[in-house]
Design a protein around this ligand. Structure first.
Ligand SMILES: Nc1ncnc2c1ncn2[C@@H]1O[C@H](COP(=O)(O)OP(=O)(O)OP(=O)(O)O)[C@@H](O)[C@H]1O
Length: 252
């Protein structure tokens, strides 16, 4: 585990004159499952937008897959699943197959012919997330947890090396959240997919993430999940800037 997939150095960012990120350093190595946690408004989504090139930092440098951000063009090597993905309503007129196919358009272009091997890729991504039974069902008829699996399949279909997820379990019930983390764990371990996950599910996440970073404008903690779970309630409260009750699941 030595090659950096994301390397952030001294990132500073402000909205107007309100500083949101201060001297953020973060090094995510290939094969890590990094959980990014922190209080509301701590700057997690802002940092993800900076990594995705949607916002430009005031200061600092970003390397993605060993390339400086200014020259980075391999966006199909990075997948993204947002918290807003699971908002399809009943009756939305697209099947699981069609939604997952959209993940290939960046690679093959809108008007290029969809070949047989593309179809195979889509079917295999759907299978990877355990949704093959629903391939030709409308996405709007699925539960929030199932829809999020479909969005993961859409991100996986272009074979990314890094998957970034911003609060993907919002609105998913507890039992399905656990299954969702099992899927992420499986993709990380068996497919060597590097993961960066923004979440408030600190309990369940610590069971699966290899590393945890806590962002509260600056990075207040960065270590492996054992180091995070060993933090006392007082230390956690200090990191979060308000009282925190630790909820930690056993590793089994
Ligand atoms: N476009 C914007 N313009 C001005 N301020 C913004 C904008 N987007 C976010 N903010 C503010 O920046 C701060 C950081 O927001 P951000 O969404 O990055 O935090 P977060 O850690 O992801 O929070 P949460 O856990 O609640 O999702 C918040 O106070 C937010 O209100």
């Amino acid at each position: 585990m030595c090659e950096s997939v994301i390397r952030l150095k001294n990132i500073n960012f402000s909205y107007g004159n309100r500083q949101i990120l201060k001297n953020v350093h973060l090094d995510i190595k290939r094969g890590m499952f990094m959980g990014l946690v922190g209080p509301n408004g701590g700057g997690k989504t802002t940092l993800i937008k900076i990594i995705l090139g949607l916002l430009k930092p005031d200061k600092g440098s970003i390397h993605l897959l060993n390339q400086p951000m200014e020259h980075f063009k391999d966006w199909n090597r990075i997948g993204f699943v947002s918290q807003k993905a699971n908002t399809f309503n009943k009756g939305f007129p697209a099947t699981v197959f069609e939604v997952v196919s959209m993940g290939l358009t960046a690679k093959i272009g809108y008007f290029k012919f969809f070949k047989k091997h593309h179809k195979q890729k889509v079917l295999s991504a759907i299978k990877q997330v355990g949704m093959e039974k629903y391939t030709y069902q409308n996405i709007g008829d699925l539960s929030g947890g199932q829809q999020q699996r479909v969005f993961i399949a859409r991100a996986l279909v272009s074979d990314p090396e890094l998957l970034i997820l911003d609060e993907p379990t919002v609105g998913i019930d507890y039992k399905n959240v656990e299954h969702f983390y099992e899927l992420l764990h499986d993709l990380n371990k068996n497919n060597q997919l590097t993961l960066l996950l923004v979440t408030h599910d600190t309990g369940v996440m610590t069971k699966y993430a290899t590393n945890i970073a806590c962002l509260n404008n600056s990075l207040h903690f960065h270590g492996n999940s054992d180091e995070y779970t060993a933090l006392s309630t007082e230390q956690l409260s200090q990191i979060y800037g308000h009282p925190v009750q630790a909820v930690v699941h056993d590793h089994d």
